[in-house]
Design a protein around this ligand. Structure first.
Ligand SMILES: Nc1ncnc2c1ncn2[C@@H]1O[C@H](COP(=O)(O)OP(=O)(O)OP(=O)(O)O)[C@@H](O)[C@H]1O
Ligand SMILES: [Mg+2]
Length: 445
């Protein structure tokens, strides 16, 4: 039955009679008072909106959506999800309410954008049963299950030297163009997950195509891919990982083992910086406002094990290290939150050894749960041999070492290049099944 037509005053009176405090029944709104390249000011709505609420701007029959990023006595600052707000002074903006998303298992196989809309041209998305928050709190530390179930990734170098467990969170740290996305794509094809959720943040359009057609292709029917390309607004790029986490959490709560991949967290941090600056926050560390450093751990903590008996989210996050400076504040903050980091090294990539993992500089804090006693001992020996090999590299190149002087070094000189060779893996190659066995075979051969 259609609602009888009423005016705003009548609706307000009815809502007040019913004792309803949520004034959402009203179309709360206000006039646009100021427009800049990055945001609009909406007057008079201060008391009715909350940070993070959505507001809509309607002009010429089209509605643009933005998010409230600042509220003060005279109004709210709203940042649009499109690159710019296409309305004039005096246009009305109305409150839509908190961001909502209704993920469904039917989304597997689909590509969506940062607002949860289909981005693959395959028609509308079926909605799930319940709203989930985009900014959920991570599960309380004490209720979380322990992380200890080994999880082979199929990437030989990682399964040997930085093995993962279900529910672990690990970062892939590297400068630009050293192979982060390629490694993530290989990891996305890992077996043993019920679902895969990928957020591609700030990628070039071409890279999105490449990703979809890469190693993930085999896992597409269990994958949800959230895409926000580099040409989209910072609001979209900031939102894409949140949407991916909300989708991953909804699968986790169904008891699934979820693989979450975010490429890259740095681009999320850049977008969060743009938004915080537009909201008037001061910059504190290398141009980053403080909220970026509280948002990052919050986001990363949402991945991980769920409550005892529930599903898990295993998180793999790529981190761009600006100018190969591994101590920039964003990389530092991310490294501190994660349970391990894999470092890719430009010098290794330049030798054509891909994936360009720095085997000595990468650690998985949960490797101890995966390796058997023998394996741990073997990895220790291999690492000390590699360290020996690397530290004498210059000396040997200059002809300062004569074979036969140091038997241990001689052994390293024969074996380490073979280990490196065995670690090589390209995206098109079959995933590794038993990394230790394969290494043993290539050392023997
Ligand atoms: N495993 C691999 N095997 C062969 N080549 C690789 C491998 N990984 C990376 N490469 C090469 O390195 C190039 C850059 O890789 P990729 O795009 O993954 O880097 P990136 O770190 O994600 O770069 P950006 O910082 O631009 O996002 C690829 O185009 C490819 O030529
Ligand atoms: Mg990349």
């Amino acid at each position: 039955m259609a609602e009888p037509k009423t005016n705003a005053i009548e609706r307000l009176a009815r809502a007040m009679e019913a004792g309803r405090r949520d004034l959402a029944v009203m179309r709360v709104g206000g006039p646009v008072r100021e427009i800049t390249a990055s945001a609009a000011r909406v007057g008079g709505v201060s008391a009715f909106v909350r940070l993070g609420d959505r507001m809509g701007f309607t002009a010429d029959g089209r509605t643009q959506i933005g998010e409230v990023v600042r509220i003060d006595g005279s109004g709210a600052t709203v940042k649009p999800f499109e690159s710019r707000i296409d309305v004039g002074i005096g246009a009305r903006a109305h409150r839509i309410g908190p961001a909502r998303l209704r993920p469904s298992p039917a989304w597997k196989g689909r590509v969506i954008d940062a607002l949860g809309r289909p981005a693959d041209g395959l028609g509308p998305l079926q909605e799930g049963a319940a709203d989930v928050p985009l900014d959920a709190d991570p599960p309380a530390a004490m209720t979380r299950a322990r992380v200890r179930k080994p999880l082979p990734t199929g990437v030989r170098a990682m399964d040997l030297f930085t093995p993962l467990c279900a529910g672990q969170r690990i970062g892939i740290f590297a400068g630009s163009g050293v192979g982060k996305s390629t490694l993530l794509a290989m990891l996305a094809g890992a077996q043993g997950f019920d679902s895969v959720v990928v957020a591609l943040v700030g990628e070039r359009g071409r890279e999105v195509r490449e990703f979809l057609e890469g190693p993930i292709a085999a896992a597409r029917e269990r994958a949800v891919i959230v895409v926000s390309t580099g040409d989209e607004s910072p609001m979209m790029r900031r939102q894409a990982p949140k949407v991916a986490l909300a989708v991953a959490e909804s699968f986790r709560d169904r008891g699934e083992s979820v693989l979450l991949i975010v490429d890259s967290v740095t681009r999320y941090a850049h977008a969060a910086r743009d938004v915080a600056l537009a909201a008037g926050e001061p910059a504190v560390a290398r141009g980053y406002p403080p909220s970026v450093f509280s948002d990052l751990p919050r986001l990363l903590e949402r991945a991980g094990p769920g409550a005892e008996g529930a599903g898990t989210i295993t998180g793999i996050f790529s981190v761009l290290v600006d100018g190969d400076d591994h101590n920039d504040p964003v990389a530092d903050s991310i490294r501190g939150t994660l349970d391990g980091h894999v470092v890719l090294d430009r010098a290794i990539a330049e030798q054509g050894r891909y994936p360009a993992i720095d085997l000595l500089g990468s650690i998985s804090r949960l490797a101890g749960e995966v390796w058997t006693g023998d394996q741990r001992e073997l990895v220790r020996k291999l690492k000390s041999m590699m360290a020996r090999f690397e530290e004498t590299r210059d000396l040997r190149l200059m002809g300062g070492y004569r074979a036969g002087t140091d038997p241990e070094l001689d052994q390293a000189i024969t074996l380490v290049p073979r280990i490196y060779e065995a670690m090589r893996q390209e995206p098109g190659q079959a995933p590794s099944r038993d990394a230790f066995l394969e290494l043993a075979q290539s050392l023997r051969g």
